[in-house]
Ligand binder design. Structure first.
Ligand code: KG4
Ligand code: ZN
Length: 335
């Protein structure tokens, strides 16, 4: 069975083709980062309009790459939520219209399930069960993944997501949107011990997170430094490295705590912040110490993409979770 997957929940239009037998056939992505950069964040109206412009050319592109035509597609999967309502509606409407015209079913997919299963698109695929650290711009969660469709929430952020902590700290430091990768790059040459920033809820005893206080601490540190004059490049690098260390340490500590509590020795890291090299190195070291295994999606599939949506749909089909493969009236949008 060949599934076309469409992702349009935020600022990336992603389209992909996945075969339930042979896996990922093709994927194409258009990032709106350059368009939103001038505004310092995602402008929902512009995002929706750009998804409209991009989704059909990207569909053509993946069909061309896979040497297929629309007639070869057996189902259309799309991100049903969570995300920006207008942006989601573009993907849902295109998916349902295509499915309607081809008389094939649609498969609505939860965006976070897409991220959660995305490490299965890498060469080394984790066995079930595993603990997943889901770290994106909108979510920070620890999940126990028992099987496809069987997910138990172990802990989550009580306020800002980890990606937001990166993005907001970066913005305070005058770095361009999206701040995560920019802050990580600046941190490369900095000293992570230079500034003493809080590790919120590190020893709270549960598996929840809180990142809003960190942003305030960054602001206070910046104000103090600015009283002595404009920050030097070294100070900026040191502050970036200190912010990154604080976020990575809390995420890493709680992820390992969740692994210990779960009884399985497998950890999966997914979502945009999963692209962070310090986080990857920290978790790889910690899991090695425990003789455990850690899995990451391919770097290009850490942030939003269509491959993870088509793949999640394929896994659901294979697991028998898409029972009634009817015409497109089974679809729903739940932003
Ligand atoms: O999963 P994603 O593409 O979109 C959401 O579903 O939110 O994640 C985007 C988030 C942004 O906050 C971005 O700054 C962060 O992932 N991010 C990073 C890195 N690459 C992306 N954060 C830290 N280090 C990175 N290398
Ligand atoms: Zn995402």
């Amino acid at each position: 069975m060949i599934i076309l997957g469409i992702e349009s929940s935020c600022d990336e239009t992603g389209v992909a083709l996945v075969s339930t037998e042979s896996g990922l056939l093709a994927h194409a992505l258009h990032s709106q980062i350059a368009m939103h950069q001038a505004y310092g964040g995602v402008v929902p109206e512009l995002a929706s309009r750009d998804h409209i412009r991009r989704v059909l050319p990207l569909t053509r592109e993946v069909l061309h790459h896979a040497d297929l035509t629309l007639k070869d597609i057996d189902a259309v999967a799309y991100t049903a939520g969570p995300g920006l309502a207008g942006a989601l509606l573009v993907g849902a409407s295109v998916a349902r219209s295509l499915a309607w015209s081809l008389n094939i079913p649609t498969i609505p997919i939860h965006h976070l399930e897409g991220h959660l299963l995305s490490p299965m698109l890498a060469e080394a695929v984790p066995d079930f069960p595993y603990v997943a650290l889901l770290v994106s711009g909108g979510h920070t969660q620890l999940m126990h993944v028992k099987a496809i469709g069987q997910y138990a929430l172990l802990g989550e952020t009580l306020d800002d997501a980890a990606g937001e902590a990166f993005d907001k700290s970066a913005k305070l430091m005058g770095l361009p949107y999206p701040g995560g990768p920019a802050l990580a790059a600046l941190a490369d040459k900095g000293d992570p011990t230079a500034y003493d920033l809080p590790r919120p809820m590190m020893h709270s005893g549960d598996l929840d997170f809180s990142f809003s206080g960190l942003k305030t601490a960054v602001l206070t540190t910046l104000r103090k430094l600015e009283q002595q004059g404009p920050l030097t490049e070294q100070q900026r690098q040191d502050l970036a490295a200190s912010v990154q260390a604080a976020i990575v340490e809390v995420l890493g500590y709680k992820a390992i705590k969740a692994v210990k509590a779960s009884g399985s020795n497998r950890l999966v890291v997914a979502g945009g912040v999963g692209a962070n090299r310090q986080l990857r190195d920290y978790l790889t070291r910690q899991m090695q110490k425990r003789n455990g295994e850690v899995f990451f999606p391919p770097l290009a599939l850490c942030t939003d993409n269509g491959a993870m949506i088509a793949h999640a749909a394929a896994e659901r089909v294979k697991a028998g979770l898409v029972e009634k493969m009817r015409r497109p009236d089974n679809a729903a949008v739940h932003p």
